[in-house]
Design a protein around this ligand. Sequence first.
Ligand SMILES: Nc1ncnc2c1ncn2[C@@H]1O[C@H](COP(=O)(O)OP(=O)(O)O)[C@@H](O)[C@H]1O
Ligand SMILES: [Mg+2]
Length: 278
Amino acid sequence: MIKVNNLKKSYKDVQALNGVSFRVSAGELFAYLGPNGAGKTTTVRILTGLAKRSGGDAWINGFHIEHEALDAKRQCGVVPQTINLDNELTVFENLTIHGLLFGMPAAKRTQKIRELLDYVGLGDREKTPVARLSGGMKRRLTIARALVHSPRVLFLDEPTVGLDAGIRRRIWALIKRVQKKGTTIFLTTHYIEEAEFLAQRVAFLDEGAIIAVDSPRALMSRQGAWAIDRVVDDNVKTIYFKTKEAAREYTATQDESFSFRRVNLEDAFLALTGKKVK
Ligand SMILES: Nc1ncnc2c1ncn2[C@@H]1O[C@H](COP(=O)(O)OP(=O)(O)O)[C@@H](O)[C@H]1O
Ligand SMILES: [Mg+2]
């Protein structure tokens, strides 16, 4: 559904993307995980036609992002990193404008908007001005807006940034439901748990390059299964083990305090890049 070959982007003196390549299958939820400045938003902007590539090629559902730009764009719904709803307008009006941009006929548009507002739990907010919505509601509305024209691929750029844990889980549930309906999802995040919880496959992005692409489980198992953290000279030192037994044997020899936990995606990212995601 998404095919990206050696995509590059340079700004004046910054090489934001150094030639990234990956594929996302139809129906898949693909997470693009990396620290701030890694090039996540740049990738989303290029794939959704908001920025020009400097090199390489990409196709969305078979349409080339520049040679068949209009068709490619029609395949995409976008939830940008910065919420760009019109605060002066109502919930319903915001979605209507989007439907008009995509040339949807009135009856179909209204039906689809009502269906989506119910779907994201804003069915009773049609007439509310966006300015009066909470942060979580605005996120859900932005997701609804991205789905008005029934895109094949939904791009979510850091969809839960700045939201508290409870609201984040609600957005996760919504994203999973959208995927279940058959929409392919490309999600960027710098939250480890988000990628781990939602994605079938994760790409690790660092300084404009993809370091690894695999399932969360496979990426984590490169590091082992269990981890022991100890504080040594004010730094956390982590040791990895393939089995619980091996970890237990090690802890039996330790007098200092330690914490014992499962390996997570952060460990895998750290091992490959030498740095933390956040
Ligand atoms: N319009 C721009 N002009 C110049 N540099 C930019 C621009 N947009 C992004 N960059 C730079 O490109 C790099 C990648 O940015 P971005 O894609 O926003 O990263 P991320 O979304 O992963 O945090 C950063 O070094 C950023 O400063
Ligand atoms: Mg970004």
